[in-house]
Design a protein. Structure first.
Length: 342
């Protein structure tokens, strides 16, 4: 299978243009929602999502806490859809993220939180979806059609949409400026060569690591190994992996670490080197490594946007690994594009 024939590969290449389209077309909606959020002055934030969208929310949790100094927590959609409990969330800003906007449990929880008096924001690729109909505000991610089962464009544009909203709420001009320079950085990220890491992905279990916002990226990477390559991968914070999971590390055990140019980078690099010293084959997006191998990576104009470039480079690698294993990443077994959970 040629690398340019999979839909996943085509959609990875389209990511910079999709983000550019979001930046061109999404500003009015995002600034309007940010104004409403500032007027509300929420005490805390909530998120409602599943799968890759939930990993996007983990990234946005760190962004909320680091930029807005507001705690953000993921709520279980089953609290409403299965247990029929309405949360008392009157002072919350709730971000509901779903590329399709069609999963019944996400919709029901969002509607419940809206009815509680919370401000709810639907971040979705379909502004006419059921989710958009029950939210206070809708932020289209402008990703365009995404046909591969594995989410790539929609994950990245969800990250950028949520981060842009948070930056506008804070009126953080440096972060807003960095978001607007992302397309060029992401184009460079698509060209990063991670073939050395791809070559050691032999089908055995592996770890993905991160800390802070980059841990969300490690979560997404572990999921992509499972769904596109049929490889078992577990994501850990670099603060936790030495507290027990390290026991299964053996000679040649694959590890990929995700680091940004932020205060957590040194810790990630130290842990990566510790695992390498124990025999693991470790790669990371950092130049602070002594024993692990540095992956080519793009640093953007802000440490909070660095993880976005990292996942784009990773997507290119994981698509290559899937094909090397004879798997079409566009149609992984047992999966379909839209999963509707009740």
């Amino acid at each position: 299978m040629n690398s340019d024939t999979t839909l996943m590969r085509q959609e990875i290449i389209e990511i910079p243009d999709a983000v550019d389209r979001l930046l061109s077309d999404g500003g009015d909606d995002i600034r309007a929602a940010a104004t409403a959020a500032r007027d509300m002055n929420p005490s805390f934030l909530l998120s409602v999502a599943r799968g890759s969208s939930d990993h996007a929310c983990t990234y946005l949790k760190y962004a909320s806490e680091l930029v807005l100094r507001r705690p953000m927590a993921s709520v279980g959609p089953s609290v409403k859809s299965v247990y029929d409990v309405d949360l008392a969330a009157q002072s919350a800003l709730c971000l509901s993220v779903s590329q399709s906007g069609m999963s019944p449990d996400i919709v029901r929880m969002t509607k419940s939180v809206t009815n509680s008096g919370s401000m709810t924001v639907a971040i979705t690729n379909d502004p006419s979806s059921d989710l958009a109909q029950v939210a206070s505000n809708t932020l289209p991610i402008h990703a365009g059609p995404e046909l591969s089962v594995a989410a790539t464009k929609t994950f990245v544009t969800s990250l950028v949409t949520g981060l842009w909203l948070i930056a506008e709420i804070k009126q953080d001009s440096d972060l807003i400026s960095a978001i607007h320079t992302l397309p060029a950085h992401l184009a460079n990220a698509t060209a990063c060569d991670w073939s050395e890491a791809a070559a050691v992905m032999d089908g055995r279990s592996l770890f993905t690591l991160g800390r802070g916002p980059s841990w969300a990226i490690a979560n997404e990477a572990a999921l992509k190994f499972k769904e596109t390559c049929l490889i078992h991968a577990e994501s850990y914070s670099s603060a936790e992996v030495l507290h027990g999971p390290v026991s299964i590390v053996e000679q040649g055990f694959p590890v990929i670490g995700f680091a940004a140019g932020d205060p957590a980078e040194s810790n990630l690099a130290e842990v990566a080197d510790t695992l390498a010293d124990k025999g693991a084959t470790v790669f990371a997006t950092s130049n602070k490594l002594k024993k692990a191998t540095a992956l080519p990576h793009i640093r953007t104009d802000h440490w909070l946007t660095d993880p976005i470039a990292a996942i784009v480079s990773f997507y290119g690698m994981v698509e290559t690994v899937a094909r090397s294993r004879g798997i079409n990443p566009d149609t992984p077994r047992h999966l379909k594009k839209v999963t509707e959970t009740v």
